[in-house]
Design a protein around this ligand. Structure first.
Ligand code: KIV
Length: 284
């Protein structure tokens, strides 16, 4: 596989060439290494961290410090993919200066290549300020989990003509202020298709059908490690949780029944040293 680092121009080129973009989430070093090795284009340190790793009910409690801590670990494992840090709830809700500072922390302190922000009222100014500071921004429209509770829960957005038009307008607005790509989450296929047709920047869908320029999923859904619920749009390619349960039960039984550690996992002492030790112990 080509080991050259993925850049934003590379991603922009894929759209007219009809080459699909792949994006997955990572929150730690080992998963980051595995994703990078397999050649995904974009690795997102998503604020889904809050739900799938930290055990929160929603993504809203996730802080900048938590995001940066995990983003730094992911950075150490990523050599090739474009690394995007997800700006958590309230990190882009205060002054534009504070917002740009927070975006800058993802770049300077965690080594991310870009940040992602979810749609909210006034986001165009926020996105523009970050772009003007020289930080690439990925937008996110449709279902935006950070504000989902206030807007009726984790449900598909844009199912009526009026809300569909609103989402299309938001997508265009984010392109106009300089976003380099857009996540479309949980919108009907037809809405995603229209946005993808209208925009020159790539769309990356999650629950937005096959017409998008790329697809993103939460890695723990893909590998079957997050079991609290399974979103309809996610596809499981492995069942890691049952494999972990099986391994842990086998370990517990082996320890309880004296089968672990065996000779292969046990350190021996050279005969000569053993004799000396016995001698010392015997003479003390
Ligand atoms: O936080 C996240 O993982 C995300 C993706 C689902 C796009 O925003």
């Amino acid at each position: 596989m080509d080991a050259t680092k993925v850049t934003i121009p590379d991603l922009l080129r894929k759209k007219p060439q009809g080459e699909k973009i792949t994006m997955l989430t990572a929150y730690d070093y080992p998963i980051a290494c595995l994703l990078d090795e397999t050649g995904v284009d974009i690795i997102l340190v998503g604020d889904s961290l809050g739900m799938v790793v930290l055990g929160y009910e929603t993504t809203t409690p996730v802080t900048m410090e938590e995001m940066l801590h995990h983003a730094r670990a992911v950075r150490r494992g990523v050599k090739r993919a474009l690394l995007v840090g997800d700006m958590p709830f309230m990190s882009f809700h205060g002054s534009l200066t504070g917002t740009v500072e927070n975006a800058g922390r993802f770049i300077q302190e965690a080594g991310c290549d870009a940040v992602k922000i979810e749609w909210k009222a006034g986001i165009e100014d926020v996105a523009k300020a970050i772009v003007d500071a020289g930080i690439p921004v990925m937008g996110h429209v449709g279902l935006t989990p950070q504000t989902a509770q206030a807007e009726g829960g984790l449900k598909v957005r844009g199912k009526d003509a009026e809300s569909a038009l609103r989402i299309i307008t938001q997508a265009v607005a984010l392109q106009e202020v300089g976003c380099f790509a857009l996540v479309l989450e949980c919108v009907p296929d037809v809405v995603a298709r229209e946005i993808t047709r209208k925009l020159s920047i790539p769309t990356i869908g999650i629950g937005a059908g096959p017409s998008c320029d790329g697809q993103v999923l939460v890695t723990y859904d893909v590998i079957g490690l997050f079991e609290r619920f399974k979103p309809k749009f996610a596809k499981r390619y492995a069942e890691v949780a049952p494999a972990i349960r099986q391994a842990v039960s086998a370990f517990r039984l082996d320890v309880q029944q004296g089968r672990f550690p065996g000779p292969e996992q046990t350190f021996a002492m050279p005969e000569e040293e053993l004799a000396r030790l016995r001698h010392e112990l015997g003479s003390s």
